[in-house]
Design a protein around this ligand. Sequence first.
Ligand code: ZN
Length: 290
Amino acid sequence: VLPVRIANVEGRAHVLVGDRLVDIERGSGGRLPSDPMEVLARMADVEADHALLQAPGVPLSEAHLGPPIPRPSKILAAGGNYQDHIEESPPLAPSGEPNVFAKLPSALVGPTDPIVLPAGRGQIDWEVELVVVIARRARDVPVADAWGYVAGVTGGQDISDRAEQVRGSQQWTMAKSFDTFAPTGPYLVTVDELADRDAIGLQCFLDEEEVQDGTTANLLFPVPVLISWASHVATLEVGDLFFTGTPGGVGAFRDPPRWLEDGQVLRSVLPGVGEMANPVRRATGTGGPR
Ligand code: ZN
């Protein structure tokens, strides 16, 4: 079985073979689709297609990667899902059930794309997270079955405008859905590729400085609980994403607080999953109506 890491190159699904990326549609002689969203339903066929191993490809170092799952029907995200993040964040409180909000799919960008700080907004923060990709339609899924609904995982940053997040009666979804506020990647990694699917490390670096260092072993509500809980609210579709929450170390609750700044590089490292390096850019202009 071919180990599967799937990347999005110019909108076409590619599989990583050694250090080259093979176009799945061309490499399979047209047996498999090119659209990364359609490939999700054909993962078993990708794993079994040994023609892909021999096919020519583009060197990984020369490819510009987009978000591995470019058009999910929805993105869900867990808030307050690590004890150390709850303790650093006065607005968060422990809860008996997952706290779940949405991010808009229009916020997705790839693993090396810029994070654009909106004009006139100064409190933009980082949150490194494990992102889970749904494999098939899921409704009322028992916890014990939930990993069976996962196509794989990737890395993510749940970029957040902290001022907007707590404005008025709070609006988490829009605060975390500005364009470019959902970098993901670099690959979709199938679950059987992981050394331990329940203990994935995640680190965040601001330029060279480590600002977050956690493991999904510390999730208060682990992946199967999140999927089960959400599937009792909304039908999950193939390709839906679930940001699973961030460990401690965000900028907002430091003394003094720290925010993303023009010219920095935000690096996200999930050993065994992959690494992102997103440059931070300040948008020009005056911003929208306030
Ligand atoms: Zn988050």
